[in-house]
Design a protein around this ligand. Structure first.
Ligand code: SF4
Ligand code: SF4
Length: 137
């Protein structure tokens, strides 16, 4: 992966949107729990960031994924295509680069489309009650 061009690297993202979900970290164990609360700039229809160019300014916690740093991002979901490619050398079976079908991410149950709530619609105090476990975790 380290020899990829930036465009090739970006194409590894399958657009599942899971990294745009809010996560809670257990202070004692360090375990990361995913909620179904999604960043306000995530567009559920396209499964893309509506503020991609400005995202790091608008959302200070949003990070730029660099392939060489993938080991640092322990909080990425197990289904993340970067993680799977890094760990196995292969893309997951649902990846659009293999299926030639962008809906394969949704059909495989990996996409968050239709399964989340915007952070604008739920108080941060209630996030703990919105912890969910995705089927592949
Ligand atoms: S979890 Fe991985 S594959 Fe899914 S949107 Fe985030 S970076 Fe892309
Ligand atoms: S700013 Fe964009 S990329 Fe960052 S978490 Fe929000 S929707 Fe995702």
């Amino acid at each position: 992966m380290n020899e990829m061009t930036p465009a090739e690297c970006e194409s590894i993202c399958d657009g599942c949107g899971r990294c745009c979900l809010h996560k809670l970290e257990d202070e004692e164990t360090g375990d990361v729990h995913y909620t179904d609360v999604v960043c306000q700039y995530f567009d559920e229809k396209s499964c893309q960031c509506t503020e991609y160019q400005n995202r790091l300014v608008l959302v200070p916690q949003c990070v730029k994924l660099e392939v060489e740093d993938i080991d640092r991002f322990h909080w990425l979901p197990p289904s993340c295509s970067y993680k799977i490619l890094h760990d196995t050398g292969d893309l997951p079976s649902w990846h659009p680069l293999l299926t030639n079908d962008v809906s394969s991410v949704f059909n495989a149950g990996i996409s968050i489309r239709g399964r989340v709530i915007s952070e604008k619609d739920v108080s941060e105090d209630d996030w703990e009650e919105r912890i969910i476990y995705w089927v592949d975790e």
